[in-house]
Design a protein around this ligand. Structure first.
Ligand code: MG
Length: 343
């Protein structure tokens, strides 16, 4: 018998327009997936910001052509997941969505939370960053005040007034920050100058300072940067891994980029062997995608999983934040509950 897979398109609305070096957005297209076997079901999510090549339609097309055999154990499920990577037109967000729906379904069948199925100890979870997009001083101030529970802020840079943004932040808080330039510094000199300027401002790392194509500049920058460099756009698939491990100090792993939890675990193992620090991140995602990613939080050095806090129409419940940390739910599967009629 095959698992029944249903899809539903949706647009996650940002509470305030989200501005980064690449532009400003009001919403993010996503596709939710429901996997059903008899009376049991599980949910997954493919988040599709405009810089990904996949779209809602390509995700739906991919899901329509696959068939997943029913399973009752993690080993059987892993066999089914492996098959999803055998298609020529690998669609990582679609695979990530199906995979998390299948893990959620298995959790429901076994009545076990996902971290138990994956055998991940919950005894450690790093502090979660809270993202501050580019905004007026008043809005930034409001955001920082509303996020007083968080101990680390992630600041989006890579525009003309970067220094002003940081100076504004520093009039409001002394908490550690990490910066994400989203490829916004265009030359080696620009990037090094900014990173040197940031170095004594309680900054934990600089994410994706240069365009991913500037490979030689990255190698030089790593040698001279006083701050750790974290790869995000530079790490799209495992094919990028060798370069990234040479040119960066850490990697931002997102389920949408690598095709789900099993692949993320593989990358984490390789990253640990290479001495890379691990940041678990997300796109703009609802509690569904973030519940899946947060299963990996205990093995990360940093987590950037604040997606649900930045949107106003989250159709799932179950991801909670306390004292700047994500609290994993104890209920079955991903520990999420659908609170809107999507399917
Ligand atoms: Mg990033």
């Amino acid at each position: 018998m095959a698992i029944v897979l249903k899809t539903q398109t949706f647009f996650l609305q940002f509470k305030t327009p989200f501005k980064i070096a690449a532009g400003v957005r009001s919403h993010t297209p996503v596709v939710f997936v429901k996997a059903q076997s008899g009376n049991y079901c599980g949910y997954g999510e493919a988040a599709l910001p405009p810089y990904l090549k996949e779209t809602q339609q390509s995700v739906i097309d991919f899901i329509q052509k696959i068939s997943v055999a029913d399973f009752n154990t993690a080993a059987e499920l892993e066999t089914e997941i492996e098959k999803l990577f055998l298609f020529q037109d690998t669609n990582y967000p679609a695979i990530a969505a199906i995979e998390m729906a299948l893990w959620d379904l298995l959790g429901a069948k076994l009545n076990l939370p996902m971290n138990k199925i994956l055998n991940i100890e919950k005894n450690h979870s790093p502090l979660c960053t809270f993202t501050i997009g580019m905004d007026s001083k008043d809005v930034v101030k409001q955001k920082i005040e509303s996020a007083h529970d968080f101990e680390i802020f992630k600041i989006k840079l890579g525009v003309e007034n970067d220094k002003e943004i940081i100076e504004t932040i520093r009039t409001l808080t002394n908490k550690p920050i990490c910066v994400d330039a989203n490829q916004g510094w265009k030359t080696y000199d620009d990037a090094l100058r900014m990173i040197n300027w940031l170095a004594d401002k309680n900054v934990l790392f600089a994410e994706q300072p240069l365009p991913k194509e500037n490979k030689k500049d990255y190698l030089r920058l790593k040698k001279n940067s006083p701050l750790p460099l974290v790869a995000d756009e530079s790490l799209q698939t495992m094919a990028d891994f060798d370069f990234v491990s040479e040119a960066f100090d850490g990697i931002n792993i997102k389920l949408m980029k690598c095709g789900g939890i099993l692949k993320a675990k593989e990358i984490i193992e390789r990253a640990k062997k290479s001495g890379l620090k691990i940041l678990i991140g997300c796109m703009s995602e609802s509690s569904c995608g973030v519940a899946a990613a947060s299963q990996l939080a205990p093995v990360a050095h940093w987590i950037d999983l604040d997606g649900p806090l930045l949107i106003s129409n989250n159709p799932f419940d179950g991801v909670n934040y306390k004292n700047g940390k994500i609290i994993l739910n104890e209920s079955a599967g991903l520990g999420i509950k659908l609170i809107e009629k999507l399917f």
